[in-house]
Design a protein around this ligand. Structure first.
Ligand SMILES: *Cc1c(COP(=O)(O)O)cnc(C)c1O
Length: 407
């Protein structure tokens, strides 16, 4: 008998973004001629920049000649890209990360989802609430949780992110083995200070725990005092894995390239308490199950670090940050308390009503799609997320409509 993985049955039936899509298509069925502006889902809208495109094209041509053609590449990624990352993303911030501690991949969604495979099934998992759903669902699938009850999975440690703690939870009193952190945060837009991250590193060291640090939105940090990497904190090399992606940094959501950093000192423990190098286990997993990112895509990613690429990517992010500023400014002027939108593309807005009611209000009265905060967790109830990923023109129009609808 082909028995299935019963853990899948524990997954909450509906997926947030399909619920949103259903309501939007329901509205459009009744109002087919109206233009709905989508500031909901977290996908970029601007094309790849010229430096990336040129490198991409050139690499495709390399594949046409026997002398420059490439077959299977190294699973961990080509040295040209790993070297550029080590120097530009870490060396430049004083972080001691070497190229062979970097694993190139096709996405941080996959990496943050797959990494839990190398941990024991009885590890206690801590996740922020609200949260990027991938961290939770992949642990449900692996059997690290109980059932879904009252808006939460049993067996997980939830780290409440609220306006009281500025959406940066402090380490809990109880023991957790694996802690997911994401800064700048999706969905709240919060960033963590050096002191706040230090508290987490100290907790991980004291509890033999591991931090999984998702820095997918690092490119949006404009305040130089905010740490860009967990490795800016002393001790993190021993107890933290960092995930980064070209998706939001350089518009690669459809092109696919990301990477994971596992320092050589980063340790797990055997059943008998012996230290085990996580780098070695992940290397084994990655080379067995992953074929590497395509050569042209890695060349396109490398171009992000060229002189032209750096400037273009900064301009690209500045464009979205300007949208974010407009959104936050307008919502504040309308009397709403807003968070994020400063070193982040997301604005987290306290609506003073049920999240889905606010969602429906904006959809029906302004024809603007946002994301209800409650979809990211219990603590998101009462909030909505508005994303800056759209054209300036659409953002201006959307905010004009929202102003008219809410005034
Ligand atoms: C968008 C996003 C990512 C990036 O995912 P990719 O698979 O690299 O496109 C990672 N983490 C969070 C929280 C995100 O919002």
């Amino acid at each position: 008998m082909i028995k299935v993985n019963e853990n899948y049955a524990k997954l909450k039936a509906s997926y947030l973004f399909s619920d949103i899509a259903k309501r939007v298509s329901g509205y459009m069925d009744v109002n087919p001629d109206n233009k709905v502006i989508k500031l909901g889902i977290g996908d970029v809208t601007k094309p790849l920049t010229p430096a990336c495109l040129e490198a991409f094209h050139r690499a495709v041509d390399d594949m046409a000649n026997e002398e420059t053609f490439r077959g299977y590449g190294p699973e961990q990624g080509y040295a040209f890209l790993r070297d550029a990352i080590a120097i530009n993303d870490f060396g430049s911030r004083g972080c001691d990360i070497s190229a062979d501690e970097i694993f190139i991949s096709d996405g941080s969604k996959c990496d943050t989802g797959n990494i839990q495979e190398i941990f024991s099934t009885d590890c206690v998992i801590a996740v922020p609430d609200p949260v990027y759903p991938v961290y939770v669902d992949t642990n449900v699938m692996a059997g690290r949780t109980g059932i879904w009850r009252d808006g939460r999975y049993e067996g997980l440690v939830y780290l409440d992110s609220t306006n009281e703690n500025g959406f940066v939870p402090a380490p809990p009193a109880e023991k957790a083995d694996v802690i997911y952190l994401c800064f700048p945060n999706n969905p709240t837009g919060a960033t963590a200070t050096e002191k706040q991250l230090k508290a987490w590193v100290d907790y991980a060291l004291a509890n033999d725990a591991l931090i999984l640090f998702d820095a997918a939105y690092v490119a949006f940090i404009r305040d130089e005092k905010i740490p860009h990497s967990i490795y800016e904190i002393d001790g993190a090399r021993e107890c933290a894995i960092e995930f980064r992606s070209f998706s939001k940094t350089a518009g690669f959501t459809g092109t696919r390239c990301a990477y994971t950093v596992i320092p050589k000192e980063c340790r797990g423990f055997s059943a008998s308490g012996e230290k085990i190098e996580l780098h070695a286990i992940w290397n084994r997993r990655h080379s067995t199950k992953f074929n590497g990112v395509s050569y042209p895509v890695q060349r396109a990613a490398e171009a992000v670090y060229s002189e032209a690429g750096k400037k273009e990517v900064k301009d690209l992010i500045d464009y979205y940050l300007n949208n974010a500023k407009i959104i936050r400014g307008k919502m504040e002027a309308l009397g709403y308390t807003c968070y994020g939108g400063e070193n982040s593309p997301y604005i987290w807005i306290e609506g003073g009503m049920d999240s889905w009611d606010f969602f429906d209000l904006l959809l029906n009265k302004a024809e603007v799609v946002c994301t209800p905060g409650s979809g990211f967790g219990k603590c998101g109830e009462g909030f909505i997320r508005i994303s800056a990923f759209n054209s300036l023109e659409n953002v201006n129009e959307a905010m004009g409509r929202i102003e008219k609808a809410l005034k």
